[in-house]
Every structure is written in structure tokens, then in C-alpha cells.
Design a protein around this ligand. Structure first.
Ligand SMILES: *Cc1c(COP(=O)(O)O)cnc(C)c1O
Length: 389
């Protein structure tokens, strides 16, 4: 197991990953990869990233002992990694910031991104405003209508939101449009991808910037408990908060890495390997071979694909991937809110739901770290509707 990293070829995680895009685009993406490799270990770049993580995002965030929840369940100790306390209320800003700083080093004059639910669009618009670069966010037309408030947030932050009125007006069409823009304008434009998905180099790059989560949590748990946790639990949509939470424990064989998918979008549990959005990973298809529509209550997890490294960790048995239903997540959201005074995002609530089950099965000297990927403020209207209608 200790040779996991050396087995990972550039852009590939076992049989997963790679870059399946037109040649013209591949050249552009490979160059982003080269620049990323160049700057990621550059002391000045690291210092700048750390500066903004501290002064702008508010890191490090706490690893909170969930004393009441632990007592109530009566099994393993539960700790919460508090990404919900970041500026903008979730983990996405870590990655947006890292890529913006890379874009600046590469001399980009303009940022583009695509977003489905709007959360990545908001993180990108935020980081762009902070660094002073204009930004264009592509969004399926149907999604702009469903997520009108997030569109307005992006506009407040100075972004231009382009409603893509093609195909079904969803994320896929927005991704296509963003790649087209990049091919046309790559001389001065940087494409900022929001999860550990997409062709090389994005899965590596997003993991790198999100691995700050486990860099902190490892140090924090060693300080508090003097030992490593039994398990890390994180929700898995595209997989960025999960891979960031796992990253610094992958080599620690004794630490279980558990990704929690929504029962309504069980990509790893039920998907098959395929090229989707430019890379090979497990993907959900319907009986006609079309990407299968998913139906999670958590917009950030409602996706047929997943980052390639998760498919790989699953294939070699290093990662465990389980599901939690929307109903279980809704109950976990209410439980954590009542017992600890912390309202988790609906996405994170899937991880909380599984952690509560797992804690019961484990002993008092076991430790679970659950990643609270975001705060639930964005979800209270939806939760209100679900509980009252
Ligand atoms: C976007 C989002 C997710 C899902 O994205 P990952 O890339 O899987 O982390 C999870 N939680 C929150 C709060 C989000 O905003």
C-alpha cells in the first residue's frame, strides 16, 4: 500500500483518469498541468496560497469534538472538521483560491468556470473579485432559473453569468461551452474547475489545493488525541472535499477512508468505467447508455460522475464507499443542529448520517473525523419545504 503514489502515472489513477479531449484542447490542458507542476512546490507560491488561506478564508478552521453527539451515541468519538466556517461557507473556496493564484502566475487576464447548482460559480466569482480578475460563469439555462439566487450572488460579486440555452440546458452544456471558450481564448483565459473531476491536470490540482483539509486535521487530531483516527468520513459528489480530507492519510493503512454517496446518485457503488466529461471514471448510465439522471436532495452531490482517484481507491480497496439516503441526511442535519448547534449543508449531512451509524458500531477508543464540507444556511429554505410540505 505504501507504493500507491509511485503507481500513479501522470494523469492516471490505475485505469482511471487521463485526458480524452480534442488534441487542440489537450495541448492547452497539458500546459496548465506543466505550470501547476512548476508552481505547486514553489516556496513563494506556497507562501502566497497560505497567506490567503489564513487572511481571507480564515484557516486554519477547528477540528471540533462533537461531545454531545458522541455521548448520545455512546460509541466512537466524533470530531468535526469545520470547512463550514470558511469564508463563503464551504470547502470550495480552498480550490478556487489555489487555481486563481496559479492563473495569476500564468498571466491570465480572465477567469471562466461552469457551475450546475451555483456553489462553485459563487466560489469562483468570490476568488476572482478578491484577486481583481474579470470572470465569466457558464450555467445551463434551466439551472440559472432553478438557482436564481446564486446567479444574483455571482452578479453581486462582479461575475458575468452566461445562461447556456442549448441541449437540455444543464451542466453538460455549460461544460461544453466553457471548453469552447478556453480553446478560443486560451492565450489570456484560465478555466477554473470546481471538483476533483475532468481531464488531467484538474483531478491532481484540485486534490492538491483541497489537501489542506487533511494537512490540518492530521496535525489537530495528533495534538488532541495523540493518535490517528480510525476513520475519515466525507460526502462524495465530484469528490473534492473527500479527496482533500483523505489525501494526507492515504499512506496510513490503519485509517479507514470512507466516502458517502447519496443513495439517489450512487456513482461509485453502481457505476461502470466510462469516458465521461473527458476522463475515465465510474459513471451512472441508464438502460439506453445515456448518463442516468440522478435525484439527490443535495445539489452538490447530484451528479452521475465522480473524480477518477475515488474510482481508483475503490478499485484497490483502499477507499470504502457507502450510501446514505436523502431522508437519512435530512434526519442527520436536524440531529447535528439540535445536539451540537451546527447546521451542516445537506451534502455534508450525508457524511454525518453515516458517521452516526459507524460510531455506534465502533468502540470508545475509536475516533471518527467527519468532514463538514459546508454550512446549511444555503439549504434552510429547502429543508423548511421538505419538513412542512
Ligand atoms: C459542492 C459541494 C459538495 C460536493 O462537491 P465535492 O467536490 O464532492 O466535494 C459537498 N459539500 C458542499 C457543501 C458543497 O458545496
Amino acid at each position: 500500500m505504501s507504493s500507491i503514489d509511485s503507481k500513479v502515472e501522470k494523469g492516471y489513477f490505475g485505469e482511471f483518469g487521463g485526458s480524452f479531449v480534442p488534441d487542440e484542447l489537450k495541448v492547452i490542458l497539458d500546459n496548465i498541468g506543466k505550470q501547476f507542476e512548476k508552481y505547486k512546490d514553489d516556496p513563494e507560491f506556497i507562501e502566497e496560497f497560505r497567506y490567503y488561506l489564513k487572511e481571507y478564508v480564515g484557516r486554519e478552521n477547528p477540528l471540533t469534538f462533537a461531545k454531545n453527539l458522541t455521548q448520545k451515541i455512546g460509541g466512537a468519538k466524533i470530531y468535526l472538521k469545520r470547512e463550514d466556517l470558511n469564508h463563503t461557507g464551504a470547502h470550495k473556496i480552498n480550490n478556487a483560491l489555489g487555481q486563481i493564484l496559479l492563473a495569476k502566475r500564468m498571466g491570465a487576464k480572465r477567469i471562466i468556470a461552469e457551475t450546475g447548482a451555483g456553489q462553485h460559480g459563487v466560489a469562483t466569482a468570490t476568488a476572482s473579485a478578491m484577486i481583481g480578475l474579470p470572470c465569466t460563469i457558464y450555467m445551463g439555462k434551466l439551472d440559472t432559473e432553478r438557482q436564481a439566487l446564486n446567479v444574483f450572488r455571482m452578479q453581486l460579486l462582479g461575475a458575468e453569468v452566461v445562461a447556456v440555452d442549448k441541449g437540455r440546458g444543464r451542466l453538460k452544456e455549460a461544460v461544453d461551452e466553457a471548453f469552447e471558450d478556453l480553446v478560443k481564448n486560451h492565450e489570456d483565459t484560465f478555466y477554473l474547475i470546481g471538483s476533483a473531476v475532468g481531464p488531467y491536470p484538474y483531478p491532481e490540482m484540485v486534490k492538491h489545493f483541497q489537501s489542506i483539509i487533511s494537512l490540518e486535521s492530521k496535525q489537530q487530531i495528533l495534538e488532541k488525541e495523540g493518535k490517528l483516527p480510525t476513520a475519515i468520513v466525507a460526502c462524495t459528489g465530484g469528490g473534492s472535499n473527500a479527496i482533500g480530507s483523505f489525501a494526507n492519510y492515504i499512506e496510513d493503512e490503519g485509517v479507514r477512508l470512507i466516502g458517502v454517496e447519496p443513495l439517489e446518485a450512487p456513482t461509485i457503488s453502481e457505476g461502470v468505467p466510462a469516458v465521461f466529461h473527458g476522463y475515465i471514471s465510474l459513471t451512472l448510465f441508464d438502460e439506453n447508455g445515456d448518463p442516468k439522471p440522478t435525484n439527490s436532495i443535495a445539489a452538490g452531490l447530484d451528479y452521475q460522475g465522480v473524480g477518477p482517484e475515488h474510482s481508483y481507491l475503490h478499485s484497490i480497496g483502499r477507499g470504502e464507499y457507502v450510501t446514505a439516503s436523502g431522508q437519512e441526511a435530512l434526519e442527520a442535519l436536524q440531529e447535528l443542529s439540535k445536539v451540537e448547534g451546527i447546521i451542516p449543508a445537506l451534502e455534508s449531512s450525508h457524511a454525518v448520517a453515516h458517521s452516526m451509524k459507524l460510531a455506534k458500531e465502533l468502540n470508545k477508543d475509536d475516533i471518527i473525523i467527519v468532514n463538514i464540507s459546508g454550512r446549511g444556511d444555503k439549504d434552510v429554505n429547502q429543508v423548511y419545504d421538505m419538513l412542512t410540505k
